[in-house]
Write a protein that binds this ligand. Structure first.
Ligand code: ADE
Length: 267
């Protein structure tokens, strides 16, 4: 009998990645920041709210809905509301925490971060458009020291989905993430440097955690406001939130229908 062939760690990891990429996707985690964005999808997929408090630490406001839709197990998590102020826990901190805890608890094959975002008309975005992000980066983590500057921007490619993009009529653009709804001049400079079409408050944080835990992630963002337009952002966002959520709901349903029965390598 010949001795087993030695393979390097890199070769072993590539082989594992290949097996994972060829395995049908059976569990999807959808991370959504706002209740208004989450509830239409909870109803569409007939998900049930989890009352088993053990999965998340006691007393956190995070909410998990789960169920099976067309053979796909779906966990949808929303970071809940601030217990004092009663508003949605938007932004990178809550998104990171809930993504980390949910990946650990539910072991998804794929993360989908879905939500509303601002778009740049200079890059072709209109209110109501739905984009899939090709890349993500931060625009408010400025660390002007060599290499830390690149770390702060945290640019990454998202999981490639060429077949999904071909099949569904979704636009593709780069996403820039920061913890403010408005845009300072410094943010604007960074967003331009990130070549972004889309601006949100969670995407790059979800991408960071997903990569940390080796789970592929995709980003579906519906435009509520035009960042480089005439209207004040907060006003335009609130005016369009409910209407644009319907477009988001439709796009996420199309994406879930497309994913069902497929493996990562055929997305
Ligand atoms: N979510 C919706 N619109 C946004 C914007 N303009 N910036 C950041 N997040 C958003």
């Amino acid at each position: 009998m010949s001795p087993p062939e030695e393979i390097s760690d890199e070769e072993a990891m590539a082989a594992v990645d290949e097996v994972i990429a060829l395995k049908p996707i059976s569990t999807v985690l959808i991370v959504i920041a706002m209740q208004t964005e989450a509830l239409p999808l909870v109803n569409k997929f007939q998900l049930e709210e989890d009352t088993d408090a053990c999965l998340f630490p006691q007393k956190v406001p995070w909410v998990r809905y789960h169920g099976t839709y067309k053979d796909l197990h779906i966990d949808l998590v929303w970071p809940g509301k601030d217990p004092v102020l009663g508003v949605d826990n938007v932004g990178t901190i809550s998104a990171s925490l809930v993504t980390y805890a949910s990946i650990q608890a539910f072991k998804p094959d794929l993360v989908i971060n879905a939500g509303t975002a601002g778009g740049f008309k200079a890059k072709g975005a209109c209110v109501g458009d739905v984009y899939v992000a090709s890349d993500v980066a931060f625009h408010d983590r400025r660390i002007p020291i060599p290499v830390f500057d690149i770390y702060g921007i945290g640019a990454r490619r998202t999981c490639p989905t060429p077949n999904l993009l071909k099949e569904l009529n979704l636009k593709v653009g780069k996403l820039s993430t920061g913890d403010s709804l408005d845009m300072s001049l410094q943010d604007e400079t960074s967003i331009l440097a990130n070549d972004a079409t889309i601006k949100d408050m969670e995407g790059a944080a979800v991408a960071y955690v997903a990569e940390l835990l080796s789970v592929p992630a995709i980003f579906i963002k519906a435009m509520t406001d035009i960042v480089d337009g005439e209207k004040p952002t907060a006003e335009e966002f609130l005016e369009n939130l409910v209407m644009v959520t319907a477009a988001l709901d439709q796009a996420v349903t199309q994406v879930i229908d497309f994913i069902t029965g497929k493996c990562l390598s055929s997305l």
